[in-house]
Ligand binder design. Structure first.
Ligand SMILES: Cc1ncc(COP(=O)(O)O)c(C=O)c1O
Length: 405
C-alpha cells in the first residue's frame, strides 16, 4: 500500500468552481474571493474575513497594522512552524518564545512570565487543530494590562496586548461553543495545500476587534493595504470608465486570486458536513487502537469544552529519543507510509540558534518533539489504510523497543 501524507481533496465541485473562474475571463481578486470570505465569515461568525495569499502574509499585515516597531516583543510558543516567528521578524518585531504544555499549546504560566513593557502582541498557536485556552490567555493579558505601553493610536484604542491567533491548523475547531475565528482579536487561518481547507496557497484573516474598533472599516482599510494601498482593486478598476485610483498606504501585495479562491469555495461547501466528520472518525479509529498499546501516547480529540479540527494526528511514543524516532520513521516509510514530525521546536533551527535561542530553555517543547510522529489523516484515507498504518507502526515500534513486545 502507498499512503501519502496529506493530498488535497480535489472533487468535481472544486474543478467546477475553478473552471468557472477560468472561463469567466477574470482570474485574480474579484467575486470568487468575496464569496469565499462570506463562506468563512458565516461559518466562523467572525464579523469580517479578509482573504490573502498565505497565513504568513496575513500575520505580517496584522502586526504591521498594529504598528510593531523595532524592539517590540511578540510572544509565541517555541513549538510551532517557523512562519509564526518569521512573521514577527518581517513586521519588525522580536519573537519571544515560551514553552508549551502536554497538549503542545502555549503554557499560560510561561506566557505570564514573558510579558514585559515591550510586549505588543501574543500569538497562541492551535497546534494540530486543538484550540488554545483563550480564556486563560485573555485573563493573563488582563492581569498584566498595567505593563502595556501604547505607542500609537491603534494600540491606545485597544489598551492591551493584541491576541493574534495562529489558527493555521484549526479551521472548524471550537472552544466553549464558539468556532475558531472569534476566539481572539484576530485569527489567521492557513489555506495552504496540506491544510483542512485549501486554496493551494492562501490565508484568511478573521477580524474580530473589540469595540470601539469598527471591523467593517478595518476590513476596508486592510483590503486596500493588502493590494499595494490602492484605493480600487483591479476588478473595479477594469470596469469601463473606472480607471482612476490613488495609493494611500505603503501597502503590501498579498491579495488572493479568484482562481485559487475557487478551490476554497468548493472545499468549504462540504467541509463541515462531510470532511470534518470523516477526520473525526479517523482520529477516533487511531485513538481506539493506540489507547490499547502501552507504548503509545494518544493525542486529544476533544476535552469538556474544546473540539479539535483533527488537522494532525500527533502520536507520541513513550520513552524514545529523537534518533530512535527517526529510525522508526525510516522503517515506516519502507512500508509505503508517509509520516511527518510536527514540529521541530524553533530553537533547533539554524536561524533561531544564530539569533541566540536555546533549546535548553524549552524542555517541554523538546520532550514533545523527540518522540512525536504525525500520521496521515484526511478524508480520502480509508479505514483499511488506517488499520494498515496501525499494524505497520506497531511492528516497527516493537522491533525498535523489544521491551514492549
Ligand atoms: C502553525 C503554522 N503557522 C503558520 C503556518 C504558515 O502558513 P502559510 O504557509 O499559509 O503561510 C503554518 C504552515 O504550515 C503552520 O503550520
Amino acid at each position: 500500500m502507498k499512503i501519502p501524507f496529506s493530498p488535497p481533496l480535489i472533487n468535481e465541485q472544486v474543478k467546477k468552481e475553478v473552471n468557472e473562474s477560468l472561463d469567466s475571463g477574470w482570474i485574480t481578486t474579484g467575486p470568487k474571493v468575496k464569496l469565499l470570505e462570506e463562506q468563512i465569515k458565516s461559518y466562523t461568525e467572525a464579523p469580517k474575513v479578509l482573504c490573502v495569499n498565505s497565513w504568513t502574509s496575513g500575520a505580517i499585515l496584522m502586526l504591521k497594522w498594529f504598528g510593531l516597531q523595532e524592539g517590540d516583543e511578540v510572544i509565541l510558543p517555541a513549538y510551532t512552524y517557523a512562519a509564526t516567528a518569521l512573521a514577527v521578524i518581517h513586521a519588525g518585531g522580536k519573537p519571544v518564545m515560551v514553552d508549551v504544555c502536554e497538549d503542545f499549546n502555549m503554557d499560560p504560566t510561561a506566557l505570564e512570565k514573558a510579558i514585559t513593557a515591550k510586549t505588543k502582541a501574543v500569538i497562541p498557536v492551535d497546534i494540530a487543530g486543538m484550540p488554545c485556552d483563550y480564556d486563560t490567555i485573555y485573563q493573563v493579558i488582563e492581569s498584566k494590562k498595567s505593563f502595556f505601553q501604547a505607542d500609537n493610536p491603534i494600540q491606545g484604542r485597544l489598551g492591551r496586548i493584541l491576541v493574534l491567533s495562529d489558527a493555521a491548523h484549526s479551521i472548524g475547531a471550537s472552544y466553549k461553543g464558539k468556532m475558531t475565528g472569534v476566539l481572539a482579536d484576530v485569527t489567521v487561518f492557513s489555506l495552504h495545500a496540506v491544510k483542512n481547507v485549501t486554496t493551494a496557497e492562501g490565508g484568511a484573516i478573521c477580524i474580530n476587534m473589540p469595540k470601539p474598533f469598527d471591523n467593517e472599516e478595518l476590513y476596508n482599510q486592510l483590503r486596500c493595504y493588502a493590494l499595494n494601498g490602492q484605493t480600487k482593486d483591479a476588478f473595479t478598476k477594469t470596469k469601463a470608465g473606472a480607471w482612476k485610483y490613488d495609493i494611500i498606504y505603503p501597502g503590501l501585495k498579498i491579495n488572493m486570486p479568484d482562481v485559487l479562491a475557487a478551490i476554497g469555495i468548493g472545499q468549504m461547501a462540504i467541509y463541515h458536513q462531510e470532511v470534518l466528520p470523516i477526520r473525526r472518525a479517523l482520529f477516533k479509529r487511531y485513538n481506539n487502537y493506540f489507547s490499547k498499546q502501552q507504548w503509545a501516547i494518544n493525542p486529544q480529540l476533544e476535552t469538556e469544552y474544546k473540539q479539535s479540527s483533527c488537522h494532525l494526528y500527533a502520536l507520541r511514543i513513550k520513552g524514545i529519543d529523537s534518533s530512535t524516532r527517526d529510525k522508526i520513521i525510516e522503517d515506516i516509510s519502507t512500508k509505503g507510509i508517509a509520516v511527518n514530525v510536527h514540529f521541530q521546536p524553533l530553537p533547533l533551527l539554524s536561524l533561531f540558534k544564530q539569533m541566540g535561542y536555546q533549546i535548553s530553555d524549552y524542555p517541554n517543547a523538546y520532550a514533545q518533539f523527540e518522540n512525536e510522529i504525525s500520521l496521515p489523516i484526511y478524508p480520502q484515507l480509508s479505514n483499511e489504510a488506517v488499520d494498515y498504518i496501525n499494524q505497520s507502526i506497531t511492528e516497527v515500534v516493537l522491533a525498535h523497543i523489544p521491551t514492549y513486545a
